[in-house]
Design a protein around this ligand. Structure first.
Ligand code: ADP
Length: 513
């Protein structure tokens, strides 16, 4: 055999071997390999993967035209592209929907290659390798949907790199902050957060999100018009395969409307409380006038006494007048104290939560009510333990709560002579770890069965000159302090009103209950 013949034989065996190996790979491959006629793309051959991919057996699909199995919406596109396969470079890839044997469509990604006759270049057949693309397409669509949700969300969303570079702002963020984000106009976090909030998220938010996966806090964003936007911010850390943080998502809920409504509600509460205090003082006016009258009369008596003594004895020494003058001073101070209390109580103030000592406050309050106590012939026993832990509360509001309950108890316990006077007890004790419970026990008629809830309604009253606002305001004040107000009848007769307040916690020094 000469050299040329030898080379020809080995080429022939190489070709045959290559074809055999290719056929074997086609039979084993999970991708479907198919051959088609060039005119109507009839299947000439399909590898066994066709069953897994489309549900057909090899025998069933051979002879069918691929055009009949394309999704109607893809046929036109396919016809438009097919000349590329037939007449141009002869190789291209595209993704389309194909009908399975059970009638449903699946996404395929196919690479097609035209096979031409080496002698005359005529198109002989098309060789196609197809794989299932439904998972990729579904994931892409889910991503598109998510991107749409993100874009139309009313929350302000930003994507931020680990070096705090903003790479995306959704529409709500762009509109609220009045910014555009592009390569030409990059934005830093300092541009969209106030200085304090930026410090807070830099030193707490990002480190916490990096460790725990997320962080949440109330901060303030700032628009390019310098408008402050209070937001509830959630920072999410996204980790890569090596569990390093590769991105942060910042999702901010605009709290402006809620904060404005809260402020309005707070203002409204302050107005109502103020009105209620004015009413209470109005109701107590005659008693207080009587109480003020006592020191004033005493002062007048002391002055008249001094006058008389000086008239009698011109040589009186200043030292001899010291004692009556001291008494005048002390009595005037007592009168001033009553007036100051009234003024404090009726002053319109925003609530200020602080460490309040109840024994002191209750003792003062009983003194303040002394004229009502006297008028209604009741005895008030202060049973508050001196070592009761302090509470976290607004002192004026706690006074208002106690005053409303005490005046109700005093009025309910009114007894005409010669009946012995009724006794009211004010007691307090610790409730669990965090609260203190205060009780006002009276010896009045108690609360009727159908009245237990009604007494807390606005304008419900059984008194001739009553307004029916006291208990409804008292309940809302107690609840604003994070406590609960309850009314019950005592087994021995009379009613008991109990309310709880939170103990003072040195760490909770903000202006909230
Ligand atoms: P007002 O005192 O103007 O009537 P409140 O809201 O303080 O308004 O009280 C509503 C009603 O609840 C009272 O009219 C009374 O019938 C009842 N009530 C309140 N406190 C007591 C009490 N200690 N004992 C019996 N009834 C009470």
């Amino acid at each position: 055999m000469n050299n040329a013949t030898q080379q020809g034989v080995s080429a022939l065996t190489d070709d045959a071997e290559r074809n055999r190996l290719l056929a074997e790979m086609a039979e084993q491959s999970t991708d479907m390999i198919s051959r088609h006629t060039p005119d109507n793309w009839c299947f000439i051959y399909a590898s066994p993967a066709v069953t897994h991919l489309l549900g057909y057996s090899v025998e069933e699909i051979v002879g069918l035209s691929a055009y009949d199995l394309y999704h109607p919406d893809d046929v036109e596109d396919f016809k438009r592209r097919s000349p590329n396969v037939s007449y141009n470079r002869g190789l291209y890839t595209h993704t389309y929907r194909f009908r399975c044997k059970d009638g449903h469509y699946t996404w395929l990604e196919s690479t097609s290659r035209s096979i031409r006759d080496p002698k005359d270049g005529s198109l002989k057949e098309i060789l196609v390798v197809s794989r299932d693309a439904s998972r990729r397409i579904n994931a892409e669509r889910a991503n598109q949907r998510l991107a749409q949700v993100l874009e139309t969300s009313s929350d302000l969303v930003a994507f931020v790199t680990p070096c705090h570079k903003i790479t995306l702002l959704n529409e709500a963020a762009r509109n609220s902050l009045n910014v555009v984000l592009s390569d030409q106009s990059p934005l830093a976090l300092e541009d969209i957060f106030t200085l304090t909030s930026h410090e807070q998220i830099k030193h707490h938010g990002f480190p916490a999100a990096t460790t725990n996966g997320h962080w949440r806090g109330e901060v303030e964003m700032i628009s390019s018009h310098m408008q402050r936007i209070p937001v509830l911010l959630e920072i999410l850390a996204h980790r890569d395969l090596n569990t390093e943080t590769e991105y942060f998502s910042l999702v901010a809920r605009d709290m402006s409307t809620i904060k404005a409504a809260e402020k309005q509600m707070q203002q409204y509460r302050t107005e109502v409380n103020h009105a209620s205090r004015l009413i209470t003082i109005g109701e107590m006016a005659s008693g207080l006038a009587h109480e003020l009258n006592q020191p004033l009369t005493a002062i007048v008596n002391y002055v008249q006494g001094i006058h008389r003594r000086v008239e009698r004895d011109q040589s009186l020494l200043a030292a001899e007048l010291a004692s009556p003058l001291d008494r005048i001073g002390a009595t005037a101070l007592r009168a001033a104290q009553i007036i100051r209390r009234m003024m404090d109580f009726t002053r319109k103030n925003e609530p200020r939560y602080q460490h309040v000592q109840l024994p002191e406050l209750v003792n003062d309050l009983i003194g303040f009510c002394s004229s009502s106590i006297e008028n209604h012939r009741v005895i008030v026993e202060d049973k508050i333990p001196a070592d009761l832990p302090g509470v976290h509360a607004d002192p004026i509001q706690v006074e208002q709560i106690l005053l409303n309950l005490l005046l109700n108890a005093i009025e309910a316990s009114h007894r005409e002579e010669p009946a012995p006077p009724a006794t009211i007890q004010i007691s307090a004790s610790e409730l669990g770890q965090d609260q203190v419970i205060i009780q006002i026990l009276d010896q009045g008629p108690g609360i009727g069965a159908e009245e237990t809830e009604r007494i807390f309604e606005q304008f419900y009253t059984t008194k001739k000159a009553g307004l029916g606002m006291g208990l409804s305001i008292t309940r809302s004040l107690v609840e604003a302090h994070g406590g609960e107000l309850q009314a019950e009848n005592r087994s021995e007769g009379g009613a008991v009103f109990s309310f709880s307040l939170n103990k003072f916690n040195a760490r909770a020094v903000d202006n909230n209950p």
